[in-house]
Design a binder for this molecule. Sequence first.
Ligand SMILES: NC(=O)c1ccc[n+]([C@@H]2O[C@H](COP(=O)([O-])OP(=O)(O)OC[C@H]3O[C@@H](n4cnc5c(N)ncnc54)[C@H](O)[C@@H]3O)[C@@H](O)[C@H]2O)c1
Ligand SMILES: N[C@H](CO)Cc1c[nH]c[nH+]1
Ligand SMILES: [Zn+2]
Length: 426
Amino acid sequence: MLYNKLQDISEEEIDSLLNRGGELTEVKSQVEPILTDIRNRGDSALNFYTKKFDGAEIEQFEISPEEIENAFHKIDEKLIRNLKKAAENIRKFHFAQLPEKLWFIEIEPGVELGQKFSPLENVGAYVPGGRASYPSTALMTIIPAKVAGVKNVIMCTPPGADGTINPLTLAAAKIAGADHVYRVGGVQAIGAMAYGTETIKKVDKIVGPGNVYVTTAKMLVRDKAEIDFPAGPSEVLIIADESADARMVASDIVAQSEHDPQAVSVLITTSDILAKEVKDEVIRQSAAAKRHEIIDKSLENSAILITDTVQSCIEFSNRFAPEHLEIVVSDPESVLEGIENAGSIFVGSYAPVSAGDYASGTNHVLPTAGYAKIYSGLNINHFIKYLTIQKITKKGLENICDPIISIAEEEGLYSHADAVRLRFDH
Ligand SMILES: NC(=O)c1ccc[n+]([C@@H]2O[C@H](COP(=O)([O-])OP(=O)(O)OC[C@H]3O[C@@H](n4cnc5c(N)ncnc54)[C@H](O)[C@@H]3O)[C@@H](O)[C@H]2O)c1
Ligand SMILES: N[C@H](CO)Cc1c[nH]c[nH+]1
Ligand SMILES: [Zn+2]
């Protein structure tokens, strides 16, 4: 783990922190042939790659409603209650994001303009399942799609070597309202959803996170299906001062590191003492963690940086554009004000990333690798489109006929001008 004053780190070190996501281009050559094969051979290629990468022989990719129903009997009732509680908060938050169904304004007399929205029809949700299983991601991807009104939401997730899916992921799919669930993951699942196969119907848009292979595949199928954004290996950046609790800060670094060897965590702080304490705590907590092998690898990509001012923490964070940003300082509001790029922001010691990962209600599908500079985390807008409307009276058209006719003629599009003129010819 890099540990240094920000001003003393090398250009190369800065570059590796800021220009993350190089892995996405590195695996492109491995991902492309798989996608081509899925496109050409459909289900039989799905079988081939599921055997190759997940070790599973699959007879039937779609999981039947009975199998999903049975999953509920395999899960502790309390766990189901907790899943439902998380689902309720996620649903409430995304309902609050819904825009007005229909609105109009009078731009000038006789010219009424409006907007309505309408949901996408077919959406595919990718729910990861390689190094961990992600029932929470089933909630995070399917619930907003359903709140937006998407008719057909399919979910794909990788099977274990025995061909089964974690019952809690199946229960989450059902609670969230998935219409079809398939046991297929990785690049092959993204290809299947983008191109369609004999059993998996092509979708209009694919959402959901995944490792570098999945994320690269999503970026390569955009000519056939829209995607949300690159949501790859997890990241957290924490801005903290001397008021922060080192144990808590370290726990959030270790938590995000356990997702993937390629996960990245950064603490940037104005306090030498906190930096040292967090470093010691990270070593202590990661040694005791169940997934310490993944965590240790991830920590190799991570950093603790010391700066003189909170302002330089803010500037670095904006350049880094983290997936998750934690603000643990005595005056969080002033930091919040300066933040321009971050997937999701967690304010104060009692807002760990784990809260948003599972149950507070915000979405945990968020842009990584610096893509928070240009994309928002998953939200209602990813599942709807806006349709503009105009209602114009004869008087209204008269009010705007000069700019229409003169600009159209200047563009050399005389028939556009005539289409207005003839409405006033008697
Ligand atoms: N950014 C976000 O919003 C967000 C949210 C949740 C999880 N995540 C991330 O999702 C990822 C989940 O990764 P995961 O690996 O556990 O599950 P995954 O489902 O993304 O990937 C597993 C699949 O990867 C494929 N694969 C593995 N090795 C391959 C290879 N060499 N070539 C081609 N395909 C290969 C296999 O098909 C396997 O089924 C983690 O990186 C985690 O940090 C991100
Ligand atoms: N932190 C992940 C997003 O990077 C989401 C997640 C799911 N489960 C646990 N965490
Ligand atoms: Zn997490």
